[in-house]
Design a protein around this ligand. Sequence first.
Ligand code: GTB
Length: 215
Amino acid sequence: MPTITAFENSPDRGRGQARDMRVRWALEEVGQPYSVRLLSFAAMKVPAHVALHPFGQIPTYEDGDLALFESGAIVLHIAERHTRLLPGDANARSRAIAWMFAAVSTMEPPIVEFTMAMLFERDKGWYADRLPMLQERVRVRLGELSRHLSGADWLDGAFSAGDLMMVTVLRRLNTSGLLDECPEIAAYVARGEARPAFKRAFEAQLAVFKAASNS
Ligand code: GTB
């Protein structure tokens, strides 16, 4: 059974925003049981964990003699070893993988920059000047994604690891107000969140947060 790592006490307070969520979701989609090793911020920086994750972060994935870091690489590994997250057709499979990369390299950077500014820069003198630019960069990408979807349920045919990655990236905007401006993207995220595997993964990470809060 693979073991993944996750926050012992997630700063997202159980909202499923940390990147173990996408790994949990992928494992639930393919029906692969897994165990979780919970880590404090300090425990992520000790040599034993840095040997698994060079940047001292979560998530990691260990299965037998394989150890992986980077949520995208972990989800791809899971998707490649099971049948449900990548299409059988070679071209469609490559396109699904392209969407995984689009999620982490085209969508995620402006979304993270915008949400980090909202969290950590509110008291800075430059915040009011910078925010509209950061919002606009995200809006442009949401508009482009919405145009691509144009009525489809998923990015390229059936639900794939590309959608799984994209939905987890977009969820970071849940409380920003930007998804409300883009009903098609909001509906796409809601479709992802409505999947039974997503719900199981969400409940599992929420249980960790609740246990930490009660201890
Ligand atoms: N590119 C890597 C991946 O995709 O796996 C990024 C991994 C990463 O950023 N991990 C974060 C981490 O370990 C947790 S997810 N941080 C601890 C550290 O660097 O010391 C990022 C995250 C954290 C908190 C929230 N939140 O509170 O909403 C959201 C996302």
